[in-house]
Design a protein around this ligand. Structure first.
Ligand code: SAH
Ligand code: SF4
Length: 368
């Protein structure tokens, strides 16, 4: 990597991007919440790896909302691993029913997660969770990007967000749950921990989530997409496209300087979706920057050449102090959406939840 495939931003051999280096890992012991039954067994779990795993990973069996392993097993586990679960430090309830949460980690870092109940039809809840503290990708419209990268989350800290939200806010059963990795961080820059967390959460002895209900959202880290495409269990993929020319995308999303739009499409064509699997394309609308009719036409043309089925999710820019961009006017958003639909695209517009508490998409957590 480092050698961009030409285009307006050719990179030299020596050029280094922040995401080419692994992000720092958490100091200290591994979190107990990210260990599989076999791993607990290998550590010598006194009540059997599968049994202990079930107690840890099934919050509906906890007593009064708290894990109760019994004295001996708790003491054994505490000697081997870190039992700290992310703690809810702030709750921001929005008028749309969603709750934005600031969660505290054992070392004092703060991350965000969002609890989004679906208010219509059968009850389902989507959790939006974080994969890193901060982010190395440097997208110019993103508040998390402005923080830079602090560290990867451990697998157990990723699972811990889900267990904490489930036990404190519901739903009652994980079968009513969808997960999206759209909080802080680039999940494919922390692929090992993210995938370990997915393995733990899909294990039938614990939460037993279906991989088809988990979506990993990426800015287009192609090396990670290629690795994830071969992993099992394999989640769904969402791509943050956000621009329709390499020139624009390389300006707002530096990852495009390493893997341009053509290279990204190649990786997606090679993904090999399962039946009924669709890619989701996120497109943050930046007023006067990527929201013209010509952008809509180029976007439809680019998507039209993809081999696999997909949907487009338009996200009007959430304005914040770290970026010079603005949300387009309502008419423009509608016109952009209509134009895409006119080209045959399936389009939704995400009215970012929690705007009324100034806490949408990466705006909750500020670090000094
Ligand atoms: N790093 C991953 C996932 C987290 S970002 C990714 O980029 O896909 C989740 C989504 O929020 C992405 O689609 C990103 O484009 C979008 N986003 C970032 N900053 C935003 C902002 N200020 N307004 C609206 N959406 C934003
Ligand atoms: Fe990172 Fe995603 Fe924000 Fe880009 S949009 S800086 S990849 S969190």
């Amino acid at each position: 990597m480092g050698k961009g495939p030409g285009g307006p931003f050719p990179m030299t051999e020596t050029a280094a991007f922040a995401w080419e280096r692994p992000a720092p890992e958490a100091a200290g012991r591994p979190s107990a919440w990210g260990l599989l039954p076999e791993q607990l067994e290998a550590l010598g779990a006194p009540i059997g790896g599968a049994h202990l795993f079930g107690r840890l990973q099934r919050p509906w069996t906890w007593k009064g909302g708290a894990l109760d392993l019994g004295k001996a097993a708790a003491a054994w586990l505490e000697a081997k691993a870190d039992l700290h679960l992310p703690v809810i430090l702030e709750r921001h309830r929005s008028s749309d029913g969603s709750t934005k949460l600031v969660l505290g980690l054992a070392d004092g870092h703060r991350i965000e997660a969002v609890h989004m109940p679906r208010l219509v039809r059968n009850p389902r809840v989507t959790f939006c969770i974080s994969s890193q503290v901060g982010c190395a990708m440097g997208c110019t419209f993103c508040a998390t990007g402005a923080m830079g990268i602090k560290r990867n989350l451990q697998a157990g800290e990723i699972v811990g967000q889900v267990l904490r939200l489930l036990s404190e806010l519901g739903p009652e059963r994980p079968s009513q749950l969808n997960l999206v990795f759209m909080g802080m961080g680039e999940p494919l820059h922390n692929l090992a921990n993210v995938h370990q967390a997915i393995r733990v959460m899909c294990d039938r002895r614990g939460l037993d989530l279906a991989a088809g209900r988990i979506t990993v959202s990426t800015s287009g880290l192609v090396s990670g997409i290629e690795k994830l495409s071969k992993m099992s269990p394999r989640p769904l993929l969402a791509l943050s496209l956000n621009a329709t020319t390499d020139e624009m995308r390389s300006t707002t999303m530096p990852v495009n300087r390493a893997w341009n739009l053509a290279r990204l499409r190649q990786a997606l064509d090679a993904w090999g979706p399962r039946p009924n699997e669709k890619f989701t394309f996120e497109f943050v609308l930046l007023a006067g920057v990527n929201d013209t009719d010509a952008d809509a036409d180029r976007l439809a043309a680019w998507l039209g050449e993809l081999r696999h089925r997909h949907v487009v999710n338009l996200i009007p820019m959430n304005e914040h102090a770290h970026a010079p961009f603005h949300e387009p006017l309502e008419d423009r958003i509608q016109a952009f959406s209509d134009r895409l639909k006119g080209h045959g695209c399936f389009v939704t517009v995400r009215r970012s939840r929690g705007r009324d508490v100034q806490a949408a998409c990466g705006q909750l957590v500020k670090e000094a």
